[in-house]
Design a protein around this ligand. Structure first.
Ligand SMILES: Nc1ncnc2c1ncn2[C@@H]1O[C@H](COP(=O)(O)OP(=O)(O)OP(=O)(O)O)[C@@H](O)[C@H]1O
Length: 339
């Protein structure tokens, strides 16, 4: 961890101010504050704009060596300005089959929701919005990572600027800096005379994201100077198309039944059938790999007699035929076939 020193004290208007002027979150607002450059810039800018209405939540990742330094930096920053801060301790351990990054992300969102709940008691009113500091470069990295995995539309849609979660329906989640380049945030902090902490893992080339940041983004900058906004436009198109696919999937699922009827699935075009199968499987917490989905569709097409059985591994369980419909059961759940 290296404290970065400010180089100038002169404030200058720039993309961060414009981003905040375009943004109208419900207040009070809590900023997810790591102590890194991006969230330090976001918290400082929000606090300057809504001085009495901004709080902060820090997630203390106990497993990282530098975690105490980050927590101490956040405490000091907030105490200097009278910003209410809540620190949540969280040790994310990946479940079987889950990546460490995904485990950390899920645990962070749960911790932030918990932090918002705790802050409500301190402030005497509920937190209405939580803001995260991902910026335009993070968005491009997310899109490139999705492309490198061969992701479908949900991956290409990258990160939404606003969303809500079913586990805390009254809370609005925002990413107000998605159109601001990362370098502009650091430049703004320097102009404000504000330092921040550098996460040592950001320099580790073992992480694909870091290699994209250091090698691919500079090359894109040279070849396509407008890549941040054009890539973001493509992601927005993907997000809109994905919304439409989900609406169609929901209609088809409602028509096919909670446990989708095989005959109803057979009546759909292959693309539409794959769409509703993915949607149904996601609703039970299973993600079908492309090959599993292809095999499932093959078996649905072949299922023309009473005695035809379907049993196919998908996610942490199995898709099975039960009567005239499909069910999904977790691997350890007992099942009696009556097909
Ligand atoms: N330990 C944490 N506590 C609270 N919020 C966090 C924490 N880590 C990340 N966040 C929030 O999630 C956002 C995305 O996290 P990520 O680790 O990708 O960010 P980053 O690029 O390192 O940003 P930052 O420079 O703010 O740390 C951060 O900008 C911040 O708003």
């Amino acid at each position: 961890m290296t404290p970065s020193r400010p180089s100038a004290r002169q404030a200058q208007p720039g993309p961060i101010d414009q981003a905040l002027q375009r943004w109208h979150p419900a207040l009070p607002l809590a900023v997810a504050f790591s102590g890194g450059a991006d969230s330090t810039a976001l918290l400082l800018a929000c606090w300057q704009r809504w001085p009495q209405q901004v709080a902060a939540i820090h997630v203390h990742h106990g497993l990282q060596a530098a975690a105490d330094d980050f927590a101490a930096f956040c405490q000091h920053f907030c105490a200097q300005r009278g910003i209410a801060l809540h620190t949540v301790h969280c040790n994310a351990r990946p479940a079987r089959g889950q990546s460490p990054e995904d485990a950390a992300r899920q645990a962070r969102y749960a911790a932030l929701a918990q932090g918002a709940h705790a802050l409500a008691a301190t402030l005497g009113q509920p937190i209405a919005s939580i803001a995260l500091a991902q910026h335009a470069d993070d968005q491009v990295e997310t899109l490139l990572l999705a492309l490198s995995r061969g992701a479908g539309l949900p991956g290409l849609a990258a990160m939404p600027a606003h969303w809500q979660r079913p586990d805390c329906p009254h809370l609005h989640w925002h990413r107000p800096l998605l159109q601001v380049p990362g370098a502009a945030l650091r430049q703004w902090l320097r102009a404000q005379g504000q330092d921040w902490l550098e996460d040592p893992s950001n320099a580790n080339p073992a992480f694909t994201r870091n290699r994209i940041r250091r090698q691919v983004l500079p090359a894109l900058e040279r070849a396509f100077p407008a890549f941040r906004s054009t890539f973001a436009r493509s992601s927005a198109h993907a997000a809109q198309a994905q919304t439409l696919l989900e609406e169609i999937a929901l209609q088809d699922w409602q028509a096919a039944g909670q446990r989708p009827a095989i005959a109803a699935l057979q009546a759909l075009s292959p693309a539409r059938q794959a769409n509703v199968l993915r949607y149904w499987l996601a609703s039970v917490g299973a993600t079908a790999q492309a090959a599993q989905l292809r095999e499932l569709q093959k078996q649905i097409a072949a299922c023309t007699t009473r005695g035809h059985r379907i049993r196919l591994k998908v996610g942490q369980g199995y898709v099975l035929r039960q009567g005239d419909a499909l069910i999904w059961l977790q691997s350890n759940q007992p099942h009696q076939s009556n097909s």
